[in-house]
Design a protein around this ligand. Structure first.
Ligand SMILES: Cc1cc2nc3c(=O)[nH]c(=O)nc-3n(C[C@H](O)[C@H](O)[C@H](O)COP(=O)(O)O)c2cc1C
Length: 165
């Protein structure tokens, strides 16, 4: 079983979280690849002209985890542009992750809801979402717990059944 983690990360927090998620997905039996989204021009909050350097292909994976930072009380436009660029996630299980600096209600909940909506619109079955607070540093115990919850929900053994093809 293969898992893809696709994240945007400007200052490294989300990629750090993604690595923890990858480690836990590995423990429940997945081969995991992490892809970092990169843009041609410097990305800004709410930008509508995002051009991705590469669009990671999700077709070979059983599950996909997508995420990035909260920007301007919303999902950052790079992660959103990735999901707008792919054709289908039918038959895949998914999770969404976000990192944020402000209290969770101020944008993170909305960002995760937006990501969930986009994933579901592509046909994925969203098993879980996690927001991780990161201001100057991260609480590593909370990060590990969040990563473990994602892996448990996406686990081929204990997680929810696969989405219909
Ligand atoms: C342009 C910009 C806008 C941001 N807007 C928000 C926000 O609305 N709410 C919030 O909680 N954090 C906000 N942040 C903080 C980031 O979400 C937080 O630092 C995140 O962990 C960064 O992730 P990264 O290191 O993966 O890029 C913003 C950061 C930047 C650079």
């Amino acid at each position: 079983m293969k898992a893809s983690i696709v994240v945007f990360s400007q200052t490294g927090h989300t990629i750090f979280f993604a690595r923890a998620v990858a480690e836990h997905l590995g423990k429940v039996g997945y081969d995991v690849d992490i892809e970092l989204l990169r843009t041609r021009k410097f990305a800004r909050p709410h930008a509508r002209d995002i051009e991705l350097r590469k669009i990671p292909d999700p077709s070979q994976y059983d599950v996909i985890v997508v995420g990035g930072p909260v920007w301007g009380f919303e999902v950052n436009p790079v992660t959103a542009a990735y999901l707008d660029s792919i054709e289908t996630l039918k038959g895949k299980r998914a999770a969404a992750i976000a990192t944020h600096a402000l209290p969770k209600a101020l944008g993170c909940t909305r960002a995760l809801r937006r990501l969930t909506g986009k994933l579901e619109a592509l046909g994925a079955q969203v098993a879980h979402t996690e927001g991780l607070h990161w201001l100057f540093s991260v609480n590593r115990r909370r990060m590990e717990e969040a990563a473990k919850r994602i892996a448990e929900r996406l686990s081929p053994i204990t997680g929810s059944p696969p989405a219909p093809k």
